[in-house]
Design a protein around this ligand. Structure first.
Ligand code: NAD
Length: 267
């Protein structure tokens, strides 16, 4: 078995109904893992899980609002029961609401803090409880948090979102430190994706035009690409492959790290 092989591993991917999360779930399954998708979008989430099953992999769906502590406890228990363990958690669910600092809206900021920060924190909590020695799964594992290039650059129109993704970065580092110190056997890392034209990415490009920051979507996207040594936007598979790497034994001595997958934009 190669170090990138995930045969026999069991994974839970939040926000896996569509976009980057769906791609991550598919890539983990292709690498050999059994996967449960957790999302608030039930119909789409089940369809994505079914599509993975069609490839011969084991896949399931659980409804989970990542801001709900009790729902996390139930979703992790259900995943452990269904897959007979849990080795990998991808904290991917997230929301982005653009806006200028001069117009900060408390409700919008709270929504992003809830989903992006609280949701990730609760995921770490319940993964640790399940994966640490004596937990329901009990054999350690890997948590991969999805931050953003927004945590490493200053792009106009996304200050609130950027703050929540910087918080994901710090959650990652301190959680990794605690896992090591307390012997949980769980590596915790994060990825900083560059802009990918998913529903969220496309909306963001439109938002910064509507906010008067760029004359057109083409100009906004062109500015991002001009800032990117890799010379293009990100693709779902770019992010998914990085998650597979961090979840695998190839990353066995990597913890508390943040991996930019942004074509060099955030250097
Ligand atoms: N697309 C990009 O350009 C980009 C760049 C950097 C980082 N990211 C991050 O990657 C992750 C995925 O982004 P995406 O582009 O696929 O977004 P998306 O909007 O296409 O998909 C997000 C998924 O998360 C789910 N979700 C939202 N709130 C949830 C909640 N409370 N509980 C459970 N699930 C919930 C949605 O239903 C959806 O399926 C997010 O954390 C995002 O911040 C995206």
């Amino acid at each position: 078995m190669g170090v990138y092989d995930l045969a026999g591993r069991k994974a839970l991917v939040t926000g896996g109904a569509r976009g980057l999360g769906a791609g991550m779930a598919e890539a983990l399954a292709r690498a050999g893992a059994s996967v449960v998708i957790a999302d608030i979008q039930e119909e789409l989430g089940r369809a994505t899980a079914d599509a993975i099953k069609q490839t011969g992999a084991t896949a399931g769906f659980v409804r989970l609002d990542v801001t709900d502590d009790a729902a996390w406890e139930a979703a992790v228990a259900e995943t452990v029961a269904e897959l007979d363990g849990l080795d990998i958690l991808v904290n991917n669910a997230g929301v982005e609401i653009s806006g200028l600092a001069v117009d900060f809206d408390p409700a919008q900021l709270r929504t992003m803090l809830d989903v992006n920060v609280l949701g990730t924190a609760l995921g770490i909590k319940h993964a640790f409880r399940a994966m640490r020695p004596g937990g329901a799964a009990g054999v350690g594992g890997a948590v991969v948090n999805i931050a953003s290039v927004a945590a490493t650059i200053a792009f106009p129109g996304i200050a609130g979102y950027s703050a929540t993704k910087s918080a994901v970065d710090r959650l990652t580092r301190v959680a990794a430190m605690e896992s090591g110190k307390l012997g949980y056997g769980v590596r915790v890392n994060c990825v900083y994706p560059g802009l990918v034209p998913t529903v969220m990415g496309n909306q963001l490009a439109q938002d910064v035009v509507d906010l008067g920051l760029f004359p057109s979507v083409e100009e906004a996207v062109g500015t991002v690409i001009a800032l990117t040594p890799g010379g293009r936007l990100g693709e779902v598979s770019d992010m998914a492959d990085a998650v597979v790497f961090l979840a695998s034994d190839a990353a066995r001595f990597i913890t508390g790290a943040g991996l930019p997958v942004d074509g060099g934009m955030g250097m």
